[in-house]
Design a protein around this ligand. Structure first.
Ligand SMILES: [Zn+2]
Length: 241
């Protein structure tokens, strides 16, 4: 009876059954090879080592089925450690800086994040507040102009910061004209005041934000991690290539 043999999914030949022990002995066949003949129950390929006592240990794990797929090469192991010569180097993450620097980094980082947050909130609050202030001032100005029964076109112009034309002013009573002048004066004064307040508060919060950002950057640099190769055996650390 002739038997077919395969290795890693490739047929390697047909031999008579009686020749198999000698072929195993000489290494032509391996216990890990598979064999097939039509008399096998289920008509499947089986490991050579499962039928013929292997002359060379160890016996291969029995796998049954059609010619097995070519064994995939195992994932390449890491480079061997040069320090101890036994371990394998595997990738690991570690802080770039030594312990105390990392601690300082975290101390810098946390208040910096808070500082930036507070700075942004103050900036936002300042903008909202100054908008509210000018809205109030404009409302007051409108009320005092309306009390003088000024035409709507002139009220709008004055509040928008424009100067009504000579023709428009000529039609006004002296009381209306002085109301326009006083409103213009108070509007410009309060706008300058509110503007200055906004600039100061905005400047302060910007300084807080920038300072916090620089501190945070420094902290981040201190706690930054890098990829290294670490030996599984002696824990020696090598820079990752
Ligand atoms: Zn090692």
């Amino acid at each position: 009876m002739k038997i077919k043999f395969s290795r890693q999914g490739q047929e390697i030949g047909e031999y008579p059954e009686e020749a198999v022990p000698a072929l195993l002995q000489s290494g032509v066949l391996l216990p890990t090879d598979h064999y097939w003949h039509e008399a096998i129950p289920g008509n499947q390929w089986a490991a050579v080592g499962s039928r013929w006592a292997a002359s060379v240990p160890p016996p291969a794990p029995v796998s049954v089925g059609a010619p097995p797929p070519p064994t995939t090469s195992r994932a390449p192991a890491g480079p061997v450690c040069r320090t101890c010569g036994q371990g394998t180097l595997v990738r690991a993450r570690q802080h770039r800086m030594s312990g105390p620097a990392v601690v300082i980094g975290y101390i810098l980082l946390i208040p910096s994040l808070l500082g930036m947050l507070i700075g942004f909130l103050v900036l936002l609050g300042t903008c909202t507040a100054s908008t509210k202030v000018s809205a109030t001032i404009e409302k007051e100005a409108r009320t005092s102009l309306e009390a003088q029964k000024l035409p709507e076109s002139i009220i709008t112009e004055v509040i928008a910061g424009q100067t009504p034309s000579e023709a428009e002013l000529a039609a006004l009573t002296p009381a209306q004209r002085s109301a326009v002048d006083s409103v213009k004066l108070s509007l410009s004064a309060s706008k300058v005041g509110a503007g200055a307040g906004t600039v100061v508060a905005g400047g302060v919060s910007l300084v807080i934000i920038i300072t916090s950002f620089v501190g945070g950057l420094l902290g981040w640099l201190l706690v930054m991690k890098k990829t290294v190769l670490r030996c599984t055996h002696c824990q020696a650390v090598v820079a990752a290539s």
